[in-house]
Design a protein around this ligand. Sequence first.
Ligand code: NAI
Ligand code: MG
Length: 503
Amino acid sequence: MNDMTPIDYQQSAYSMAAKTFLSRAPKLFIDNEWTASSHDATIGVEDPSSGREICRIVDASDRDVDRAVAAARTAFDDGRWTGLPPIRRERIINRLADLLEAHADEFAEIEAIDNGKPKGMAAAVDVPGAISQLRFMAGWASKLNGEVIQPYTMPTGAVFGYTLREPVGVAAQIVPWNFPLLMACLKIAPALAAGCTLVLKPAEQTPLTALRLADLVAEAGFPAGVINIITGYGHTAGDRMVKHPDVDKVAFTGSTEIGKLINRNATDTLKHVTLELGGKSPVVIMPDVDVAQVAPGAAGAIFFNSGQVCIAGSRLFAHRSIFDQVIEGVAATAPFWAPRPSLDPQAHAGPLVSKEQFDRVMGYIEAGKRDGASVAMGGDAPVADGYYVNPTVLVDVNPQMSVVREEIFGPVVVAQRFDDLDEVAKAANDTCFGLGAGVWTKDVAVMHKLAAKIKSGTVWGNCHAVIDAALPFGGFKESGIGREQGRQGIEAYLETKSVIIQL
Ligand code: NAI
Ligand code: MG
């Protein structure tokens, strides 16, 4: 871990493929065509590793949003997608996965340039994760069956009752900047398998991989209008998507604040809504563990993706008897997680995504210090101008501090001691969030007890942030509504229709 070369904060040169893509300035993808906006407004996209603008994207107008929704509406209503045999839908979704795989290296590089995450991480996590979401959901296209139901109050044989599973309609899908391609595929995959059509809006900070994905849509064989991808700001384009009367379903991943707003805005037209929001996930380390093994796991739980992860293990609870050892072990990972430019092959972490996030994270660290927290590791930015934040551990914290209560969304963990299981379960649940939790112990009984007591959508045992397309993912409390992935993930894009026929 310590034999790494000194860090050069200069971003490396881009590949020819990436340069070609950036110079193309893709616009709006509607009805399987690249089309211009109705106005001239654009948004600059920057490489967070250098802070330089690398291209400009369309800031979609109301008319642009309306065109995209109209394309999706027509494609849904005329049955060009829903009406296909499931085997065809399955094949086309799988073909998109194949194309993504064929261009994996280019997608990993573009993601690294756009988001700031190391290219190696994008290649190991984001791109294969996106492919796996598509492949898992493709299989569901052919397994969406209703059931024959015997009525309760009528004589057997008098009526024939059954259910049909039908796609909910047009989906508006809004995704954030922390895992841009993965989030995009996680959103579109179940919608497509269910037979829905969609309009996808990537985050304005990281639109590039979604736009590159659009290039592959027609080649994969999707009929025009099934997948529409538009870029723009949330409060304008995103807001119009959420309120649009021709949209039936909204799927959003992002901040809890905007999730609440979207839920309110979708109410007028009673859209179906799924929300994947913020977190403040606890990591609980019991006294029986091998600290040398577990400390790097606790470090990875928070420092992966520079802490810009909704399930980041941002509250560390270590048993009093091993607390100091755990903190030492986490601090020893500093060279490994030190941020580097995203195209540095030695990078395990990159800069934060934007100046806004940098200021926000540094602001939290300062607030923590003002409130009396001590910095056990990091706490600073390694270069004066740039979005790099060193991995940070805060100790001497208490449950009232903003660094303990609020989602920081950066490489900052707050560490606390505990004495017994009930106490740590209570402390772990002392939050408005409930997205994920990690428990580290060799004691199977303790593991199951804590898994039952912690109120969160996922509990990991002796690991953290392990995500699999087959396992439902979502939040308790203010971390969200509904589930993505797994069978529940496709259910969110289906209506159930009961049919009752008098015989
Ligand atoms: P955000 O929630 O504002 O943005 C996420 C997405 O929502 C973007 O595509 C944005 O364009 C869109 N959006 C924003 N306002 C909208 C509106 N009124 N209607 C429809 N769509 C809208 O998140 P932001 O501002 O980028 O980050 C702020 C904080 O949110 C972060 O510091 C972090 O704490 C949290 N966050 C959580 C994420 C998660 O995975 N749970 C992902 C990104 C941010
Ligand atoms: Mg915002």
